[in-house]
Design a protein around this ligand. Structure first.
Ligand SMILES: Nc1ncnc2c1ncn2[C@@H]1O[C@H](COP(=O)(O)OP(=O)(O)O)[C@@H](O)[C@H]1O
Ligand SMILES: [Mg+2]
Length: 507
C-alpha cells in the first residue's frame, strides 16, 4: 500500500484509494483516519491483531457497510457501493471471514446467489442451466472435490470456502478481497488460493489479502500494511519483511518468536481418558488412545485424516459404533456425559458449534457456570455469575464494548476467547481443543499457549488437535499423527520433535 501523499507510480495504475476513513460502532472506534491506495498488478497484505479493523475496512470497500466519515475513489470515480452485489458487479469481490454460503441450497445456487436472473426463463429460474454453468466453472478451476449439484450443507468448511472463492472469481473482479480465508483451508485448499492470487497479479488485477499466518503473508504479498486499534501503523515492502518487526508493529511491543514451551516437564502416568478401539461411521476404525493427567497430547495430520472426528467422538458428539470412550471409568456417549465428567470441547467450527452467536457474551460464558454459580438448590447467584463472567473477560482480555453485547459484534479472535472463557471458567479438567487458535493473531495465541501450559501444570489434560505442526511441536508432550482414520506415528517431546520427522507420516 502507498500511504497518501507518497504516491509515486502512474495515476492510471491506481485502482482504489481509501481516504481518511473513520468507522464507529457506538462507542467502539473501529477505524481512525485510514488512508491507502491500491495499484493494479499487486497483492497487498493487511495484517493486525484481532479487532484491529481489518474486516471493517474491507467490508466498507466491498459495499457491506458505509464508512462513518471519509471517502473512496475507485477507477477514478467516487466509490460508494450501496450493497455487496453492486460492488461485485463493478469488479470488487470479497471472500468474507465468516461463512458466506447458505447451507440448504446447492453449490450452483450459492455461486449465483443474487444473480438468478441470469438464468431466468419466463417466470422461472432454469436451475439445470445454472447447475451446468456452475459445473463448467468448477471444471475450469480443476475442482473435483464436489459437484455443482451438491447440497452445500453436505460440504465441509474448506469446500464451502472454495465455493466462495469461485463465486467471486466468476465476476472477474479487478479487486479481490480475501478476509481470513486460509485458516479454513488445508494445505490443498491453500495451494488453490495461492494460485488464484498469482493469477490475478499476472492479469494486472489487484488483491487485498488478510491472514493471521505471517509466513503466508510474507510469501505471497508484495507489501504488508499493519493495522493496530483502527490506525495504520505502517507499510513494509517485501525486502523489509522481518517477522519480529512485523509482530512488534502489530502489538506495539516486542514479541519474541519463542512463545512456545521450552521445558521438558513430564506428565503423570495416571490415565484420565481412554479411547478403546473406537469406530465411527465415517472416519475412525478401531482408534485407541490414552490421555494422562497433566499431559498435552497433540493430534495432527492432513485435514481429512480423521483428527477432527477423534475430538468429536471423544466428547460424545459423534456416535461411536464400536469400542468406547472412558473418563475415569465412566463411559462417555453424549456431550452431557462428557460435561458431567468435567470435559470441555472447543469446536473447529466455532460459530456453528461452540457459540450462541445472537446471545450475549455474558450468556455464553455464564452457560457453563451453572454448577459453580449455584447459590442454593437450583437458584443461580447473580453476584457469583457476574463475577464469573467478569473474571474471564479480564483474564483473557476479551476486547468488547460490554459483556451484554451480542457475541456477533466481536472479532474472530475475541469470539474464540469467549469460547475459551466459557470452558476455562467451568473448571473442566479434560479439554479437547480442535484448532483452538484458528484465525487468531499472535498476541492472543501467545496468551492461549501460556494458558495451556498453566493448565498442564495444574494437572489438567489437553488434547490439542491442530493443522499447524509448529504449534504441535511447540506445545505438546506427545504428538500423534493420523492418516486415513488411523494413527500413523507417535512421537514424544523428550525425543525431540521436528516438522520433517512428522510430515512424512501425514502424506
Ligand atoms: N457490527 C459491529 N458492531 C459493533 N462493533 C463492531 C462491529 N463490527 C466490528 N466491530 C468492532 O470493531 C473493531 C474492529 O473489528 P474487525 O474489523 O472485525 O477487526 P479484525 O477484522 O481486524 O479482527 C472491533 O473492536 C470490533 O469489536
Ligand atoms: Mg476480521
Amino acid at each position: 500500500m502507498t500511504s497518501n501523499g507518497m504516491e509515486c507510480s502512474a495515476a492510471n495504475d491506481v485502482l482504489l484509494e481509501v481516504k481518511n476513513i473513520y468507522k464507529n460502532f457506538g462507542v467502539t472506534i473501529a477505524l481512525k483516519d485510514v488512508s491507502f491506495s491500491l495499484e493494479r498488478g499487486k497483492v497487498y497484505g493487511l495484517i493486525g491483531e484481532n479487532g484491529s479493523g481489518k474486516s471493517t475496512v474491507s467490508s466498507i470497500i466491498a459495499g457491506m457497510q458505509p464508512a462513518s466519515q471519509g471517502h473512496m475513489v475507485y477507477k477514478n470515480e467516487e466509490w460508494n457501493p450501496s450493497t455487496m452485489l453492486v460492488a461485485q458487479e463493478k469488479g470488487i469481490g470479497m471472500i468474507v471471514q465468516e461463512s458466506g454460503t447458505i447451507p440448504n441450497i446447492s453449490v450452483a445456487e450459492n455461486i449465483f446467489l443474487g444473480h438468478e436472473r441470469l438464468f431466468s426463463k419466463g417466470l422461472f429460474v432454469d436451475r439445470k442451466a445454472m447447475t451446468q454453468k456452475a459445473q463448467e466453472l468448477l471444471d475450469s478451476f480443476g475442482i473435483s472435490m464436489f459437484k455443482a449439484s451438491d447440497r452445500t450443507s453436505h460440504l465441509d468448511m474448506q469446500m464451502r470456502k472454495i465455493i466462495e472463492i469461485v463465486k467471486c472469481l466468476y465476476w472477474n473482479p479487478d479487486l479481490l478481497i480475501v478476509d481470513e480465508t486460509s485458516t479454513a483451508l488445508s494445505l490443498e485448499g491453500r495451494e488453490f488460493l495461492y494460485s488464484v492470487l498469482d493469477r490475478l497479479r499476472k492479469e494486472n488485477k489487484c488483491v487485498l489479502f488478510i491472514s493471521h499466518d505471517l509466513n503466508e503473508m510474507m510469501e505471497h504479498c508484495d507489501n504488508l500494511t499493519v493495522l493496530r486499534d483502527g490506525v495504520i501503523i505502517g507499510t513494509l515492502e517485501k525486502k523489509e519483511y522481518e517477522p519480529n518487526v512485523i509482530r512488534k508493529m502489530m502489538v506495539g511491543r516486542e514479541i519474541k518468536g519463542d512463545y512456545y514451551r521450552s521445558d521438558m516437564d513430564a506428565c503423570s502416568d495416571e490415565v484420565v481418558l481412554k479411547a478403546d478401539c473406537i469406530t465411527t461411521l465415517e472416519k475412525l476404525l478401531c482408534f485407541s488412545l490414552e490421555l494422562h493427567k497433566g499431559e498435552i497430547l497433540g493430534i495432527g495430520g492432513l485435514s481429512d485424516c480423521g483428527m477432527h472426528d477423534v475430538g468429536r467422538a471423544l466428547f460424545g458428539i459423534e456416535k461411536v459404533l464400536d469400542g468406547e470412550v472412558k473418563v475415569r471409568g465412566c463411559t462417555i456417549s453424549s456431550p452431557q456425559d462428557a460435561i458431567a465428567n468435567r470435559m470441555a470441547y472447543v469446536s473447529k467450527n466455532r460459530d456453528t458449534e461452540s457459540l450462541g452467536l445472537s446471545a450475549t457474551i455474558f450468556e455464553n460464558i455464564a452457560s457453563t457456570g451453572y454448577r459453580v454459580n449455584r447459590w442454593f438448590a437450583n437458584i443461580v447467584s447473580g453476584r457469583k455469575e457476574n463475577a464469573y463472567v467478569d473474571n474471564q473477560i479480564h483474564e483473557l482480555s476479551i476486547k468488547c464494548a460490554g459483556k451484554h453485547y451480542a457475541v456477533n459484534t466481536l472479532s474472530g479472535g475475541n469470539k474464540q476467547k469467549v469460547v475459551f472463557g466459557k470452558w476455562v471458567a467451568s473448571n473442566a479438567d479434560i479439554l479437547v481443543l480442535d484448532c483452538p487458535t484458528r484465525g487468531i493473531d499472535v498476541g492472543v495465541k501467545a496468551s492461549m499457549y501460556k494458558l495451556f501450559y498453566e493448565m498442564k501444570k495444574s494437572d489438567k489434560a489437553i488434547i490439542l488437535i491442530s493443522e499447524e505442526l509448529p504449534e504441535l511441536i511447540g506445545l505438546c508432550d506427545r504428538v500423534i499423527i493420523m492418516k486415513d482414520g488411523r494413527i500413523s506415528h507417535e512421537a514424544f517431546r523428550t525425543e525431540g520433535l521436528t516438522e520433517h520427522g512428522l510430515i512424512d507420516y501425514m502424506i
